[in-house]
Design a protein around this ligand. Structure first.
Ligand SMILES: [Zn+2]
Ligand SMILES: [Zn+2]
Length: 546
């Protein structure tokens, strides 16, 4: 019986992570700082508070954690702090119409962020935050990031929750049994090489995108605001934060080691993430992971995440501390172009260009195809070096005539109120959304059209505070198309081609034909305001143009 149990455990339980000798790597090792990103606490649907998360991270050997509780950005983020010796950073995971978007390093938003993915991406960028498309591979459609157009700053190439959901029942049972003996490695047996890696490669070819690994740690079954089918085992507290943190981590490479001051250290860690000086390691397989990846030529040098001009001769160097049997793999625009087992790869780049990144593969890594042990961020050679997060919407030119101005009136739900004032061809709407529970409260400025022929709307709008307003057109049968726009207190001029408006309300409407439009609406609703919210929206100018 004991022998049978022993054989069973031998077959089921994955080995301990291989320990690597870091002698000779002291300098890089001191600047390589590991942490967990994408963590939920009791503030949303996790089961532990900040102190519990920090303590678990400390036990797992991590130096920082990035909390990402669900929210709309209107809660001020907690200032960075050291708890239990671990740097705790506070972010937010925002729900959009096209999946979840994590914002880091962002001040409090002036209105609730939500609605179309592109609107949220734009808002996070304007507020100075760093935004990451969460779990793009999630088997659960409501969670999955599906937008491939919006200029996101980062993407989760790996997400533990997606990996567990897509593992087979057999894998899940084995991992569940092994969990009680070796939690971190047991969770890692559910990983494989995710499709999100290819999606990332395609996006990074267009503009820099930083890849991170999302723990999506909840500490096991929590309040489950989002979904009740997530748990590995259905048991409270499994997988624990500590087990999640022992499975894999993000390792930022800093200019100097952390100093112990939370504000300075937060700036260093977030600065490294922003510039892509970060790689992922599956710590449950081997560790500690160390990676030196750079391109040098003449007086120029680019580290991981950086850009290198393409017009000069340059040498690419990748060095990693390798476990037995491991291979260092160089990829160019997603395709493998070289591999070695000796821990160092050099290549001269004669006017070559493209996106270069490295992976380290291990012979016994889990998954079909197997998950890479290390995934670097790229070095962009000979491409535009537009920094992630720099893509703000361009202001449109001021309205240039056309059919002007509309006679506006108010539409609203029964619980909300609005007062319309007109002076000097300017219209101002004082709105107050109904209090109480969310019940589709809205206040809108509306105007009616008769057989119009126009290609675009020109609007000059202002608010008494930063607002996001949905500009919509409506057909006689009630079908609506629209898009939301940021409105600045100092005024925002918009030119909105009709063809850029999207169907509203899930109806499978074709593109809108201008002659069908019977009304234009400027809507303040719960997508970007709260029940009871009030303010003033001013229309400085409005016109229909060809
Ligand atoms: Zn999520
Ligand atoms: Zn999450």
């Amino acid at each position: 019986m004991l022998i049978a149990a022993g054989v069973f455990l031998f077959l089921v339980v994955p080995p301990r992570p291989a320990r690597l000798d870091t002698s000779g790597w002291a300098e890089l090792s001191a600047r390589t700082v590991s942490g967990a990103y994408h963590i939920h606490t009791t503030r949303s649907d996790g089961i532990g508070d900040k102190a519990a998360v920090a303590a678990a991270a400390g036990r797992a050997g991590l130096k920082f954690v990035i909390l990402t509780d669900h929210g709309d950005g209107t809660r001020p983020p907690d200032p960075p702090a050291y708890l239990e010796g671990v740097l705790v950073l506070d972010g937010v995971e925002i729900s959009t119409d096209e999946g979840h978007y994590v914002a880091l390093d962002m001040p409090r938003a002036p209105y609730p962020l939500g609605g179309a993915a592109e609107a949220v991406v734009e808002d996070v960028a304007r507020l100075g935050g760093f935004g990451i498309a969460a779990h793009p591979d999630s088997p659960k459609a409501a969670l999955r990031w599906t937008n491939d157009r919006a200029p996101v700053d980062g993407i989760e190439w790996l997400n533990a929750d997606s990996e567990w959901r897509s593992a087979s029942r057999r894998q899940q049972v084995r991992a569940g049994l092994a969990y009680f003996l070796r939690p971190g490695p047991a969770l890692a047996t559910l990983l494989d090489r995710p499709a999100a890696l290819d999606r990332w490669d395609r996006r990074a070819a267009v503009r820099p995108v930083v890849a991170l690994a999302g723990a999506d740690a909840h500490g096991g079954v929590g309040q489950r605001a989002e979904d009740t089918s997530r748990s590995l085992s259905g048991m409270i507290g499994i997988p624990s934060y500590e087990a999640s943190f022992r499975a894999f981590s993000n390792r930022v490479i800093l200019d100097r080691p952390l100093a112990g001051n939370p504000v300075d250290d937060a700036r260093a860690v977030l600065g490294a993430i922003r510039k892509g000086s970060v790689f992922t390691a599956i710590d449950a397989l081997a560790g500690p992971a160390l990676l030196d990846f750079r391109v040098e030529g003449g007086l120029t040098r680019a580290g991981m995440g950086g850009a290198f001009p393409g017009d000069s001769d340059a040498t690419l160097t990748a060095r990693a501390l390798l476990p037995r049997g491991a291979e260092l793999v160089l990829r160019h625009s997603g395709q493998e172009i070289g591999r070695t087992t000796n821990g160092e790869l050099r290549r001269s780049l004669n006017d070559a260009q493209g996106v270069y990144r490295v992976e380290v593969s291990l012979p016994d890594a889990p998954g079909v195809p197997p998950v890479p042990w290390i995934v670097s961020n790229p070095i962009y050679v000979g491409l535009s070096s537009a920094a992630p997060g720099a893509s703000l919407a361009r202001p449109a030119p001021a309205p240039s005539g056309g059919i002007a101005p509309f006679p506006w009136r108010i539409e609203k739900d029964a619980s909300s109120g609005g007062i319309l004032r007109t002076s000097d061809h300017q219209v101002s709407l004082e709105y107050k959304l109904g209090e109480g529970p969310r019940n589709s409260q809205f206040v809108a400025l509306a105007t009616d059209l008769q057989h119009p022929s126009f290609g675009a709307l020109e609007l000059s709008l202002a608010g008494d505070r930063p607002l996001r307003v949905s500009v919509q057109v409506r057909r006689a049968d009630g079908g609506r198309w629209g898009r939301s726009f940021y409105v600045d207190p100092a005024g925002t001029s918009l030119r909105i081609p009709l063809s850029t408006l999207r169907p509203i309300g899930g109806a499978a409407l074709a593109a809108v034909s201008p002659t069908d439009v019977t009304s234009i609406l400027l809507v303040v609703d719960l997508a970007n305001a709260t029940p009871g919210g009030s303010g003033t929206l001013r229309v400085l100018a409005s016109a229909l143009v060809r």
